[in-house]
Design a protein around this ligand. Structure first.
Ligand SMILES: Nc1nc2c(c(=O)[nH]1)N[C@H]1C(S)=C(S)[C@@H](COP(=O)(O)OP(=O)(O)OC[C@H]3O[C@@H](n4cnc5c(=O)[nH]c(N)nc54)[C@H](O)[C@@H]3O)O[C@H]1N2
Ligand SMILES: Nc1nc2c(c(=O)[nH]1)N[C@H]1C(S)=C(S)[C@@H](COP(=O)(O)OP(=O)(O)OC[C@H]3O[C@@H](n4cnc5c(=O)[nH]c(N)nc54)[C@H](O)[C@@H]3O)O[C@H]1N2
Ligand SMILES: [Mo]
Length: 701
C-alpha cells in the first residue's frame, strides 16, 4: 500500500465476537503489517491484547489463507476445489440465484453470524442484497437471544453496569462466564477491584480459569441458575435485606414476587442446584448487606447460564436482583450482560429492510440454530419452499451449530447450492460449491458497536487485500450489479456505509462523524454511568418488572420461576439412566468460537480435544488420565482425551471448544452431541443442556 520504509501506525478495531472490542494499533512497514498492539489510551483496551489477537498477523498471513475464488471439483464435504476467476465465480452465483429466485426467492437463505462484528462487513451490503432479493430471513439466535429476551422483559433494554467502574465494586459475582478466557479486559478491572479489597464469587458448574481465581466458587448443576436467583430473592425478601425506597419507586410487582419466592427456601434451592443451603444463604446475605451498605455489587451475568432450556428465565431472574437491593444506584453496581443497546445503530440505513417490503408478504424466517433440521426439510405449506441456495459468510455452521450430524447431512445435499465467503477452508467451506476469498480486518475498513463497553470504534485498512481477496461488502456489491439491482444503496462505498452506521438524531451519537472517528479510532457514546440509578427502565411501565404483563401475553409465566433443563438427571430420569453425565462445551481460551483453531501456535497450546471429568466419574468407568474416550448420546458421538480433574463437579463433563472437526482424530467435535431444542424464550440453542455417556475407547485408538 505504501512504499516508504518508515513504519506507519494504523488505527484499527478488533473484529471478533467478544465483549471487549479492542482498539488496535497496527504497525505497517512497506505495505506489510508487522505488529498488532492494543491502544494504551483506549480506556478498556488499556494497551493489552489477548494472546489470539496479539497474533493477528499470524492469522492474516497464514499460509492457508484463501486467496482466489474456487469451485468445487470433489464431492460435497471432501474439500477439493479448483481455482476460477472472479468473473466466473460471480457469473455462476448470480445465474444460480436468479434461477432460484424466479421460482421462489425464499428458497435462498443467507447464513451469517459474528465472524466479524463490523457493521459494514456484517450488517450492511449483504443484508441489503438479501432484502432486495426477498430471500428468507435468518433469525440470528445462536449466541445471545435467550438472555436478551429475559433481560429485556425485566429491565426493558440491553443496557447495564459500565465496565469502566468495575474496579470500584466491593463484591463481584461472575455468573456463568469465564472472563479470563472470554472477557479479558473486564477481568483486568476485576483484578484491580480485588487489590482494593473486593470479594469475587464465581457461579459456574466448572472450576474455570476464572472461577479458580475467585475467593469463592459455587459449583451449581448446569441449568439451575434461575433457581439460585429465586433462592437468593427468598432470603433477601424474608430477611428484609431490601432497598424499600428503590423498590417502591422503580419496580413493579413486588408483592407478587414476595409470594412467589416463598417456595424457594435455601434448603429447597440447594437441592435443585446441587449445592448447600449455606451457600445460598451466605450468597444472598452478602449480596444484600454489601449493597445496603452503599457499596458496589456488580453481577457479570454471562452466556453460560443461558444455553439451557430455561436460559431466558435464568437471565430474567438474575436481572431482578439489583433492583431489590438498590444496587443500580452505584456506578459499580447492577448487572452487566450485554450493553449492545447503548448503540443507536441505524439499522434502517445499514440493512434497508424497506427493500424486502417491496416483495409484498413478509419473508419466511429460519432459525440459524435449527439449520440441521431446516436444510433437510421438504417444501410444505407450513415451512415454505425447500432451501435451495445458501450463502454463508462470517460463520462456520458445520462446526458451531448444534446437532452436527444433521447439519452435515443438510450441507451434503447434492441439490443445495452453497456459496461460502471465508478466510480459510473451514469445515463449512468444505461443502461449498463456490468458495470466495474474503479480506480480514487488516485489509478492509469497518465501524463497530460493541457489547461490553460504550465506545464507537473505527477500523482503517492497514494493508492491501492479500491475493484476490475482497471484502464481504465488495462481493455483495458486485453480486448486486450482476443481479441487475440498480438502487443507489448498492453503489455506496464502505466509507459511505460507515458514515450511516449510527443515528445522529439520537443524543448518544449526536456528534458521530465517521471521518473524525477514523482519525481518533474510538469515541465514547454520550452515555450516563449507572443507567438505572434513577429507574428509567425500558419496560412498558418504565420500572424493573418483577411482574411482566408482556411475558403473560407471550404465553410465559409473568413472574420469576424455574424451568428445569430438558436433559438433566433430575428432570429426565429415563434418559439419565442411559446418559447420566451432563456435558458442557464452553470456549477454550486460545480459540474464539471456531476462529483461530487453525493458527498453529494457538492450537498447539490447546493440544487436542479434551474432556475434563471428575475422578469419581472416571473411576466408575475404568477411565484413567490421558485415556481416549468416546462421548455419546442418541444424537452422535465424538472422541477426546480425558483429563481427570476435580475442576468438573461430579456428574459433569467439560469439553472446551469449538474445535474444527478436521483437526480432531475422528473428524468430530462437541456439537455431535448437542441438540437443536430451543430455549424458553428467544429461540436460542441449548448447547449446555445435554446428557451423555462416556466410555473408554478400545485400546490403541
Ligand atoms: N477466548 C475466547 N473468548 C471468547 C469466545 C471464545 O470462544 N473464546 N467467545 C465469545 C463469544 S461468542 C461469547 S458468546 C462470549 C462467551 O462469554 P462467556 O459466557 O464468558 O463464555 P464462557 O467463557 O463460555 O463462560 C461460560 C462459563 O459458563 C459456565 N457454564 C456452563 N453452563 C453453565 C450453567 O448452567 N450455569 C452457570 N452459571 N455457568 C455455566 C462454563 O463452565 C463457563 O465457564 O465470549 C466471547 N469471547
Ligand atoms: N458446542 C458449542 N457450540 C457453540 C458454542 C459453544 O459454547 N459450544 N458457542 C456458540 C456461540 S456463543 C457462538 S457466537 C457461535 C459462533 O459461531 P460463528 O459466528 O460461526 O463463529 P466462528 O466459529 O468464529 O466462525 C466465524 C467465521 O467467520 C470467518 N470470518 C471472519 N471475518 C470474516 C470476514 O470479514 N468475512 C468473511 N466472509 N468471513 C469472516 C472466520 O474465518 C470464521 O471461520 O457458536 C456457537 N456454538
Ligand atoms: Mo457467542
Amino acid at each position: 500500500m505504501n512504499s516508504v520504509s518508515e513504519p506507519i501506525i494504523v488505527r484499527a478495531a478488533c473484529p471478533h465476537d467478544c465483549p471487549d472490542t479492542c482498539a488496535l494499533l497496527v504497525t505497517v512497514k512497506d505495505g506489510i503489517a508487522t505488529e498488532v498492539k492494543g491502544d494504551p489510551d483506549h480506556p478498556t483496551t488499556a494497551g493489552v491484547l489477548c494472546t489470539k489477537v496479539s497474533r493477528y498477523t499470524e492469522r492474516t498471513y497464514h499460509k492457508d489463507r484463501l486467496l482466489h475464488p474456487m469451485k468445487r471439483v470433489g464431492k460435497k464435504g471432501e474439500g477439493k476445489f479448483e481455482r476460477i476467476s472472479w468473473d466466473e465465480a460471480l457469473d455462476t452465483i448470480s445465474a444460480r440465484l436468479k434461477e432460484v429466485a424466479a421460482r421462489n426467492p425464499q428458497a435462498i437463505l443467507p447464513y451469517s453470524y459474528a465472524g466479524t462484528m463490523g457493521l459494514v462487513q456484517g450488517e450492511s451490503m449483504a443484508m441489503r442484497f438479501f432484502n432486495r432479493i426477498g430471500a428468507s430471513q435468518l433469525d440470528r439466535t445462536i449466541c445471545a437471544s435467550a438472555g436478551a429476551a429475559g433481560y429485556k422483559y425485566t429491565v426493558g433494554t440491553r443496557l447495564g453496569a459500565d465496565t469502566e467502574h468495575v474496579q470500584d465494586a466491593r463484591l463481584i459475582i461472575i455468573w456463568g462466564g469465564n472472563p479470563i478466557a472470554s472477557n479479558l479486559h473486564f477481568w483486568m478491572r476485576v483484578q484491580e477491584a480485588k487489590r482494593r479489597g473486593a470479594k469475587l464469587i464465581a457461579i459456574d458448574p466448572y472450576r474455570s480459569l476464572s472461577a479458580d481465581k475467585c475467593h469463592q466458587h459455587i459449583a451449581l448443576l448446569p441449568g439451575t441458575d434461575a433457581a439460585l436467583a429465586l433462592g437468593m430473592m427468598h432470603v433477601l425478601i424474608n430477611e428484609n435485606l431490601l432497598d424499600a425506597d428503590y423498590i417502591a419507586q422503580h419496580t413493579l410487582g413486588f408483592a407478587q414476587l414476595k409470594q412467589r419466592v416463598q417456595e424457594w427456601s435455601p434448603q429447597h434451592t440447594a437441592e435443585v442446584c446441587g449445592i448447600s443451603a449455606e451457600e445460598v444463604l451466605n450468597l444472598a446475605r452478602e449480596y444484600g448487606r454489601v449493597a445496603l451498605a452503599g457499596e458496589g455489587v456488580f453481577i457479570r451475568a454471562n452466556y453460560g447460564l443461558q444455553r439451557v432450556r430455561g436460559g431466558g428465565m435464568a437471565a430474567r431472574n438474575v436481572a431482578c436482583l439489583p433492583a431489590l437491593v438498590g444496587a443500580w444506584r452505584h456506578p459499580a453496581g447492577g448487572v452487566q450482560m450485554s450493553v449492545s443497546d447503548s448503540f443507536p445503530k441505524d439499522a434502517a440505513a445499514l440493512s434497508r429492510p424497506d427493500l424486502a417490503a417491496g416483495h409484498g408478504k413478509p419473508a419466511r424466517v429460519i432459525n440459524m440454530s435449527t439449520i440441521g433440521d431446516d436444510l433437510l426439510r421438504e417444501a410444505s405449506a407450513d415451512f415454505g419452499p425447500r432451501v435451495e441456495a445458501m450463502i454463508v459468510y462470517n460463520s462456520n455452521p458445520v462446526a458451531v451449530a448444534p446437532e452436527s450430524g444433521k447439519v452435515m447431512q443438510g450441507f451434503a445435499r447434492e441439490d443445495l447450492f452453497t456459496v461460502v465467503l471465508e478466510h480459510f477452508q473451514t469445515d463449512t467451506a468444505d461443502y461449498a460449491d463456490i468458495l470466495l476469498p474474503a479480506t480480514t480486518q487488516l485489509e478492509h475498513i469497518d465501524v463497530h458497536a460493541t457489547y461490553g463497553h460504550v465506545y464507537m470504534m473505527a477500523n482503517n485498512a492497514a494493508i492491501a487485500p492479500l491475493g484476490e481477496a475482497k471484502a464481504n461488502s465488495e462481493i455483495f456489491r458486485l453480486l448486486a450489479a450482476r443481479m441487475g439491482f440498480t438502487e443507489d444503496c448498492f453503489k455506496d462505498s464502505d466509507d459511505a456505509i460507515a458514515a450511516q452506521a449510527f443515528d445522529r438524531r439520537n443524543p448518544r451519537a449526536a456528534d458521530y462523524d465517521w471521518e473524525r472517528l477514523k482519525e481518533t479510532g474510538w469515541q465514547r457514546l454520550n452515555m450516563p454511568v449507572a443507567p438505572f440509578a434513577e429507574g428509567g427502565f425500558g419496560t412498558p411501565s418504565g420500572k424493573c418488572e418483577f411482574y411482566s404483563a408482556r411475558m403473560l401475553a407471550d404465553g410465559l409465566d409473568p413472574l420469576p420461576t424455574y424451568i428445569a433443563p430438558y436433559e438433566s438427571v433430575a428432570s429426565n430420569v429415563e434418559l439419565a439412566q442411559k446418559y447420566p453425565l451432563a456435558m458442557i462445551s464452553p470456549p477454550a481460551r486460545n480459540f474464539l468460537n471456531s476462529s483461530f483453531v487453525n493458527v498453529q501456535s494457538l492450537r498447539d497450546t490447546e493440544g487436542e480435544p479434551h474432556l475434563d471429568m471428575h475422578p469419581q466419574d472416571a473411576a466408575a468407568r475404568g477411565i484413567s488420565q490421558g485415556d481416549m474416550v468416546r462421548i455419546f448420546n442418541d444424537r452422535g458421538s465424538l472422541q477426546a482425551r480425558v483429563r481427570v480433574t476435580d475442576k468438573a463437579r461430579v456428574g459433569l463433563v467439560v469439553g472446551l471448544s469449538i474445535w474444527w472437526k478436521k483437526f480432531a482424530a475422528d473428524g468430530k467435535n462437541a456439537n455431535e452431541v448437542t441438540s437443536q431444542r430451543l430455549t424458553d424464550m428467544g429461540n436460542a440453542p441449548t448447547f449446555y443442556d445435554v446428557l451423555v455417556q462416556v466410555e473408554a475407547c478400545p485400546s490403541g485408538v
